[in-house]
Design a protein around this ligand. Sequence first.
Ligand code: HEC
Ligand code: HEC
Ligand code: HEC
Ligand code: HEC
Ligand code: HEC
Ligand code: HEC
Ligand code: HEC
Ligand code: HEC
Ligand code: HEC
Ligand code: HEC
Length: 311
Amino acid sequence: MIREVLARVGFIRFLLLAAIPLAAQSPSASGYTGSEVCRTCHPAVWLNFPKNPHFPPLAAAQPAESAGCESCHGPGKAHVEARGGKATIVAFSVLPPEKILDNCLRCHGQKLSRANIRRSQHTQSDVVCTNCHSIHRSPVPKYLLARVQRDLCYTCHANVRAQFNMPVKHRVNEGVMQCSDCHNPHGAFAPTWRMAARPRLVDQGLANEQPCLVCHSDKRGPFVFEHASVRVDGCESCHAPHGSMNARLLKRPVVFTLCLECHNGAPGFGRSGNGVPTQSPSHNMADPRYQNCTTCHVRIHGSNADSRFLR
Ligand code: HEC
Ligand code: HEC
Ligand code: HEC
Ligand code: HEC
Ligand code: HEC
Ligand code: HEC
Ligand code: HEC
Ligand code: HEC
Ligand code: HEC
Ligand code: HEC
């Protein structure tokens, strides 16, 4: 009986509200109903929500706009009174990408601040939070990803899968490593170790260094004698980071062809043109033993003992 009356009052209020243009409704007229009422019509989402990492912090949060379902979907009163509809609530299925971003960043702006989210290649291509995260139907328990990370990235970057299937590779497809060991999908800051180049969302390790050094710490240095290509151009000037046909993930099958891309005496500044010294005449390039430069220049990533990286 009481419910019927309430429902009728609700219906009358709905009619009244519907008569007032949206703009005229005061936003301060609370408009929040609490999450309990959502259960009636969205039982599946509601019953699942206590398992969501958002539940503990948002369940009893204050004020109302930071609590429960309405913390993301906005005030629900009008929606409830209209008995549904996408126009009466923040419905992500019809929100434009930039609005989705704003909605999530209201709370996550701080924590994701290490990420250059607004200027990332993903954001600029309208790939936003809900393309990668699924709040209510995530099949993976961690980070609410829409799919297992590897498969998530491959849905849009299918060509990369083949690179990780090459004979020499980082074992991403095998599950040993993840894309996010080297990339920050939320965006990396531009002034990294490759000042002018597109950063390709390659993450920074500590102190802006290349993410590779987190695992390959023996290459970190600093060395008394740095190989400028390692320090300045970065690991990918010689290595293909995903996978390669060549040993040691090298970009070229024969080591000397790699070295001669720079050590070639091309015109420009410095001792022999482009500033990169060519090998001295003692190097007999007709002799096959000179073709594998790193049999002698063994400390190719940098040395503390020898300026030519011979030991
Ligand atoms: C952290 C933000 C957030 C919270 C909190 C939240 N939602 Fe959602 N909701 C979303 C997003 C984002 C979508 C779009 C689909 C997706 O990404 O899962 C969505 C989609 C929906 C949908 C439509 C699609 C579907 O999966 O059925 C309903 C209904 C819904 N939410 C209801 C609720 C209810 C009820 C609650 C509280 C129990 C709630 N939401 C709490 C973010 C949230
Ligand atoms: C009286 C039933 C009813 C109640 C109560 C109700 N909803 Fe809905 N809601 C609906 C219906 C029906 C739709 C589907 C509208 C459509 O598909 O056009 C809907 C759609 C939505 C959507 C949009 C889903 C999308 O496609 O993006 C969201 C979000 C949502 N509801 C959240 C909530 C929240 C949060 C509450 C609690 C504050 C709530 N609803 C309470 C009936 C209800
Ligand atoms: C291109 C895909 C992609 C987009 C777009 C994306 N994320 Fe993520 N997000 C991920 C992946 C992958 C992880 C897991 C990273 C890991 O395992 O280290 C993650 C982790 C997170 C985490 C937990 C770890 C952390 O960094 O705090 C939060 C919170 C998060 N994302 C929020 C967001 C928000 C908010 C947005 C939109 C502003 C967003 N994400 C956009 C892919 C994405
Ligand atoms: C009202 C504030 C609020 C809003 C809005 C919000 N979140 Fe969250 N989110 C949180 C809090 C609080 C946590 C828990 C943080 C923690 O445990 O450190 C969280 C956790 C997460 C996590 C990490 C889950 C995990 O497993 O650690 C992801 C991913 C995430 N949110 C994505 C989103 C996305 C995508 C949106 C937009 C649809 C969104 N959030 C909107 C407050 C919010
Ligand atoms: C919904 C589709 C989508 C998903 C999912 C997605 N991306 Fe992207 N990604 C794009 C688009 C679109 C671009 C920008 C266009 C381009 O440069 O290819 C991009 C750009 C990139 C770039 C820079 C490419 C360049 O040439 O500079 C990297 C790196 C990248 N994504 C990695 C990832 C990783 C890692 C994941 C998984 C966590 C992921 N992406 C998930 C669509 C997606
Ligand atoms: C071992 C570190 C590492 C891992 C793991 C890794 N990447 Fe990369 N990725 C890089 C680096 C470094 C570059 C930049 C290469 C360059 O600029 O020459 C790059 C470039 C890219 C690019 C742009 C260039 C291209 O080849 O299209 C995309 C897209 C990309 N990665 C996606 C992914 C995806 C998706 C995953 C996971 C399946 C992944 N990466 C895993 C290090 C990595
Ligand atoms: C999460 C840790 C991790 C990160 C980050 C990482 N690697 Fe590796 N790397 C490995 C492991 C483990 C191996 C051993 C090969 C395997 O997994 O089978 C390896 C192998 C290699 C090899 C040798 C392959 C061979 O045939 O011996 C090279 C070269 C290499 N990585 C370069 C890089 C570069 C360049 C980056 C950054 C773009 C990078 N790595 C980032 C873990 C990592
Ligand atoms: C100037 C070209 C060049 C650059 C730049 C370079 N490498 Fe290498 N790297 C090589 C060569 C050549 C080999 C093979 C050495 C051999 O076979 O003896 C190698 C081998 C490796 C190996 C496998 C053998 C070993 O020494 O552990 C790893 C791991 C590696 N590099 C990581 C890196 C990382 C990480 C970076 C960036 C910090 C980097 N490389 C930058 C040329 C380079
Ligand atoms: C991306 C360009 C690049 C590549 C590839 C490269 N180098 Fe270098 N290398 C340099 C630069 C730049 C210097 C520093 C020149 C200077 O300080 O005057 C240098 C310095 C050297 C030196 C020390 C020369 C001296 O007199 O101080 C040796 C030895 C050397 N490289 C060997 C190699 C070998 C062997 C390879 C192949 C495995 C190689 N480099 C690949 C750019 C490169
Ligand atoms: C058999 C051992 C050996 C091999 C193989 C070798 N080098 Fe050297 N390299 C040396 C020695 C010893 C020196 C220092 C004395 C000299 O200049 O002859 C040197 C010096 C250099 C220098 C510095 C020259 C200068 O003027 O300061 C460069 C650059 C260089 N090597 C590049 C290469 C490249 C590139 C390859 C492969 C095509 C290579 N080396 C193969 C032994 C070798």
